[in-house]
Design a binder for this molecule. Structure first.
Ligand code: FE
Length: 178
């Protein structure tokens, strides 16, 4: 009996040690790349996808900001206070938008950059809410990212005020590991 108990004890111990621990995720990506046939971090070809199609693909919060130009509440975005080294891509289509080197600690409540990837971003005049602003959009899929202001730090004096939900971050360490 003692032997059987010891064997059972050993087996249960082994089973416990074999339980796979959840992998520590370093990914800070939004989940839009899943089941999204238009998502690519290398293809910069212009997309012409109607909102009716995006609505089927994108999570509700991403759709509301990216396709309907809503704004996430200040201080709530996951990249607002975040200083890992890496690149920020469009959460809708994967287009490269910002490098972390251009990110700075802003007190506005949204992730802010002093420089954008010129090939990744485009601009549009925005006169809504009684304000004159410049809207920043993804050059590939025309999704709303945020606004740009001229009160940023050196070297550009520009502040790209972005919605976290419009961005997908991929860390340098993550890329090296692949
Ligand atoms: Fe995009």
């Amino acid at each position: 009996m003692k032997i059987i108990l010891s064997i059972l004890f050993c087996m249960s111990l082994q089973m416990c040690t074999q339980v796979k621990q959840p992998e520590k995720s370093t990914s800070m990506e939004n989940s839009t790349s899943k089941n999204n046939p238009y998502y690519s971090r290398t293809d910069r070809t212009k997309l012409d996808v109607p909102n009716s199609e995006w609505k089927k693909i994108l999570p509700e919060d991403v759709y509301a900001v990216s396709r309907e130009a809503n704004t996430e509440r200040p201080g709530t975005g996951k990249y607002n206070v975040y200083d890992e080294k890496g690149d920020y891509y469009c959460a809708v289509c994967g287009n490269h938008l910002f490098r972390s080197d251009a990110k700075f600690a802003s007190t506005c409540g949204w992730p802010s950059f002093f420089e954008a990837d010129k090939q990744g971003t485009t601009y549009k005049r925005d006169s809504t809410y009684g304000m004159e602003r410049t809207e920043v959009l993804c050059k590939r899929c025309d999704s709303h990212l945020g606004h740009v202001f001229n009160d940023g730090p050196p070297p550009t004096g520009t502040r790209y005020c972005m919605n976290s939900v419009s961005l997908d971050f991929v860390g340098d360490s993550e890329k090296d590991a692949k």
